[in-house]
Design a binder for this molecule. Structure first.
Ligand code: URA
Length: 480
């Protein structure tokens, strides 16, 4: 017998969870379920799903629920069946989602990857246009995401544009931020998004300035910036022209000796300088100003290749500050510090040290991800002394505003930023140094150092020392 089950809309995770729970408790096999979206009447053959017995319970792992949260955003018609099949199988195989070679788990992982990529593309390719007719400063963007990620991707924009009003229109849903709350309405036509405004010229000028004909690789370029996104991008209009002239320009560049900046280059430099003006003019007075200033920072060239600046996070009055080197690949995408593998081991050590991460303001000496491309992979590159110096302006402002009692420097780059000189971590480790602003600096190793130790015993010993250092630093800050 086939059971008909409807969820309210394509991304209705709560509806799916409630229905899946009922079905599994009632012992309905995946092959007997017909998943539908919306309230259209019952299918010819289906029956409504039975109610579960009162009080009947089971739990699904957090890993599965996280996975389901991503997979449901995929456009595949198979996703609801796949999720229920996984849930059903977890009855006998509770750790199923950890078996990467399982075909169902693999299918779900592939969907999750596409969804995450769609979110990443949305962050990279949404272009807002100012609505001139609106009384308050308001921006609108049109975007057609590869999957149903419009709402899931929006928090990222809220964090960056918290003080503005904006709408992101997509064919399926429109997401609106009014400066206080996020809301949604039904999808819209492309025609309802504004197309032209002053920002368009800015984007075109900017894109032309960063386009390097000598490094043109059209195949890689279209891989990273698929043509379907072009019509949404002001700069796309000039790409064919730039590409067609690339070879000639490269030859000319090789022929020509060094020149003084052209009128156009000076104009672009002035434009860029005006973008970075807020952070040069006046020191930020609030953490929100630090964040918004950082997003426009051009103090060193690292911003060009990074997805975004990664500001610090944590209580603005924290007694403890944890300082890392720079965001890694995952931090660069997420816009938050220490969310990747180094963050994972650091969180574990903090928990073991009885030093909750929530008590720390966590930041980095350098706020943009420095890396080099190796094929499709972005490999971490350590920031140089110049980049640490350039970013120190932000770090000093964070210190001035948070006024921590203890600053824990994780590794050599952080120690350089905190102490203002280069030190050997192994020598400086565990010593306290009172800084001119009255705070106490405490140096320890960087958590990624622990990840690189191959031998288990040495790794466990180094981890134990790290936990001990964190416990000492926490005690320094919390005992008067
Ligand atoms: N390593 C760091 O130093 N900082 C991060 O935020 C992540 C990894």
């Amino acid at each position: 017998m086939i059971f008909d089950v409807a969820i309210d809309n394509e991304t209705d995770l709560d509806g799916w969870r409630a229905a899946a729970r009922r079905l599994r408790l009632a012992g309905i096999e995946p092959a007997d379920v017909n998943w539908r979206v919306g309230q259209a009447g019952p299918s010819l053959f289906g029956r409504p799903a039975p109610e579960a017995a009162p009080g009947a319970l089971f739990t699904a792992s957090r890993a599965f629920l996280d996975l389901a949260g991503d997979v449901i955003l995929h456009r595949s018609d198979q996703r609801l069946d796949l999720l229920y099949r996984l849930l059903w199988r977890m009855k006998d195989e509770p750790r199923l989602v950890e078996i990467a070679s399982d075909p169902d788990v693999r299918a779900a992982a592939i969907m999750r990857k596409s969804v995450r990529e769609a979110i990443h593309k949305m962050h990279a390719f949404v272009r807002f246009r100012r609505v001139e007719s609106a009384a308050e400063e308001t921006y609108v963007a049109w975007f057609e995401p590869a999957h149903r990620v419009a709402l899931a991707a929006s928090d990222w924009f809220v964090r960056r544009m918290a003080n503005l009003r904006f709408s992101i229109l997509t064919p399926e849903v429109a997401v609106h931020w009014n400066g206080k709350a996020l809301s949604t309405s039904t999808g819209l036509d492309r025609g309802q998004a504004p197309t032209e405004d002053a920002l368009e010229d800015f984007w075109r000028t900017y894109y032309a300035s960063i386009f390097n004909p000598a490094r043109l690789n059209p195949r890689v370029m279209t891989q990273h910036m698929a043509r379907k996104y072009w019509r949404n991008l002001p700069e796309a209009e000039i790409i064919p022209d730039l590409v067609s002239k690339a070879q000639g320009r490269t030859e000319a560049m090789v022929q020509a000796g060094p020149t003084s900046p052209s009128h156009r280059a000076s104009r672009i430099a002035a434009l860029q300088a005006s973008v970075s003006a807020p952070d040069r003019a006046a020191p930020p007075q609030t953490m929100a100003e630090v964040t918004s200033g950082l997003l426009q920072c051009r103090r060193c060239p690292l911003w060009r290749d990074a997805t975004q600046a990664v500001p610090g996070e944590g209580p603005a009055t924290a007694r403890l500050m944890l300082v890392g080197e720079q965001p890694g690949d995952q931090e660069d995408l997420a816009g938050r510090p220490f969310v990747g593998p180094a963050g994972e081991i650091m969180n574990k050590a903090l928990a073991e040290a009885g030093a909750p991460r929530e008590d720390f303001y966590v930041t980095n000496a350098v706020k943009h991800f420095k890396h080099e491309m190796r094929g499709k992979r972005r490999l971490h590159k350590s920031p140089g002394a110049g980049e640490v110096r350039a970013c120190r302006w932000w770090f000093d402002n964070e210190r001035r505003l948070v006024r921590p009692k203890v600053i824990v420097a994780l590794g050599a780059t952080a120690a350089r930023a905190v102490l203002g000189r280069s030190v050997s971590v192994l020598e400086a480790r565990g010593r306290v140094e009172v800084l001119p602003d009255g705070s106490t600096a405490f140096v320890t190793v960087h958590p990624s150092y622990l990840l690189r130790i191959p031998e288990a015993k040495a790794k466990a010993a180094a981890y134990g020392d790290f936990v001990r250092d964190l416990r000492t630093a926490y005690a320094l800050a919390t005992t008067d």
